[in-house]
Design a protein around this ligand. Sequence first.
Ligand code: PBG
Length: 334
Amino acid sequence: MIFANRYFPATRMRRMRKDDFSRRLMRENVLTTNDLIYPVFVLEGENREQEVASMPGVVRQSLDKLLYTAEQALELGIPMLSLFPVIETGKDNAAQEAYNPDGLVPTVVRALKQRFPELGVMTDGALDPYTVHGQDGLIDDSGYVLNDETTEVLIRQGLCHAEAGVDVFGPSDMMDGRIGALRDAFEEAGFIHTKILAYSAKYASAFYGPFRDAVGSAGNLGKADKYNYQMDPANLDEAIQEVAMDLEEGADMVMIKPGMPYLDVIRRVKDTFRVPTYAYQVSGEYAMLKAAFQNGWLNEEKCMMESLLAFKRAGADGILTYFALDAARLLRRG
Ligand code: PBG
C-alpha cells in the first residue's frame, strides 16, 4: 500500500470506448447515403468534360456525360443532385437566359427526370451564371443589386424550372422576400409539389472561390463582392431571423452555407426550428481538404467521412457535398 487514500475514477469513460461493440452501441450519430446531395456542374453541348483546377476530382460535363454520373449517383442511393450550369453564351444585364425554357438548365432537368424519375433534381435559384457582371441579381448604375426587380426574374426562373419538372428549387440569391414570392407564384401556377430549399443563411464567404472558377463567374465578378446581400460571417442571430422569415414565407427546407466553419449556425437553427436543415460543404472546403489529401498531409477517406459526420452531429439532416459519390462508395463498402 503506497497511497492511503487511493483515488478511483467514479466513472471510467474509457470502459465504453474499449470495445467495438460498445462503441457502436453508444454511437449518437450516423452518416448514411440518404444524407448526401451531390452538386454537379453542367456544360452546354455534347461529349464535353473539363476538370476544375481548384477542385481536383470535380468535373464540368455536358448532358450526355452527366447522365452517366446521375446513373451512378442513383445506383449508389444518393437521393438528389443539385445542378449548377456553366453558361457560355447568352449572358446579359437582364439575365434573360435564366428563364429560357430551351436553356441549359431546363433541358438538363427534363432529360434527367425522364431518364431517372426517382432521382431528385434540384436547381439553383440565382442569376449569377446569367449576368455579365456575375452578381446574383440585376444591378443599378452604382452596382447595387436590386432586390424586388431581381425577385421578379427569380420568379420567372423558378417557374421555368418548375415547368421543366424540377423537384426542388433552391434560391441561393439572398434577396428579401423571394421565398414568399416564389411560393405564391408556384401555388398560383399549380406547382403545389415543387419544394423550396431556401439558402436561408448564406454568408458572404471567401470559401466560394473555387465554385466561381467552376461556373466561370469569377472573371465576370472581378473585384466586386456580394456583401450587400449575403450575410456577414460575424453574425449568428441574423441567421435565425433569416430562417424564420424563409419558413414563414413557405420554405420546405433551409440551408446554412458554408458548412464546416458554420457548424454553430447549423446547431442553433436546428435547435430553434426543428425543420429539415441542410448544410453546404462548399467548394473552398472541398479544395482545402483535397489539397491536403493530395499532399499526403491528411488521410483522405478518414477526413472526408469525419468532416461529413460532423454535419450530422451539428444537427444537419443532409449535406450538399462534392464528396457525395466518394462517400457513398465508401459507405457501401462499409
Ligand atoms: C451562386 C452560388 C454560389 C455557390 C452556390 N451558388 C457562389 C456565390 O454565391 O458566389 C457556392 C457553392 C460553392 O462554393 O461550392 N448563387
